[in-house]
Design a protein. Structure first.
Length: 171
């Protein structure tokens, strides 16, 4: 997949990343989060975005880097398309840059999570991210976390909703 065009470049810890603006649709200020009991550490909580509940994920897990010392991220980036969206906590957005087809990553990577290689642009470098792979990685990490949490919990929540009592209380 060739990733070119306008990219939202952001910083998490000491690393910089670039993500297509077709997928990084909004940059928002932090807002109240609702915790999800039993959720994976990757899920920081959910927030309200114009009436829609959107999951906020920790970047160090999905982007595979060591966490910085900041406890609260200053900026959230809404990533996705349609009903497949999530929020990514970032330290700050550095700006939007245009990446021409001939400016692609040096030493492209094909199978290292969402990373597709390093790009140098205007004297700075950042890791280019494949948005579809990033979305798949977030879905995978969150599903694994919920499965692990459910495996340790008793009762009908651990299985199908159809295995519990009927609406009238009968099994």
């Amino acid at each position: 997949m060739s990733i070119t065009g306008d990219l939202c470049v952001f910083r998490c810890g000491t690393r910089c990343f670039g993500l297509s603006t077709a997928w990084a649709t909004e940059v928002i200020e932090p807002r109240p989060l609702t915790a999800m009991p039993g959720a994976a550490a990757d899920l920081l909580g959910v927030f309200n975005l114009r009436g829609e509940a959107v999951a906020l994920v920790a970047p160090e897990h999905v982007l595979a880097f060591e966490a910085g010392t900041a406890a609260v991220s200053a900026t959230w980036i809404v990533v996705g398309r349609g009903d497949r969206r999530f929020g990514l906590a970032a330290d700050n957005v550095l700006g939007v840059v245009h990446l021409a087809p001939w400016e692609g990553p040096r030493d492209p990577v094909k199978s290292q999570g969402a990373a597709r290689g390093e790009v140098e642009k205007n004297g700075s470098s950042f890791t280019l991210l494949d948005p579809e792979a990033l979305l798949d990685e977030v879905a995978r990490l969150l599903a694994e976390g919920f499965r692990a949490a459910l495996a340790g919990s008793p009762g009908p929540a651990a299985g199908s909703l159809l295995e519990g009592p009927n609406c009238d209380g009968r099994a």
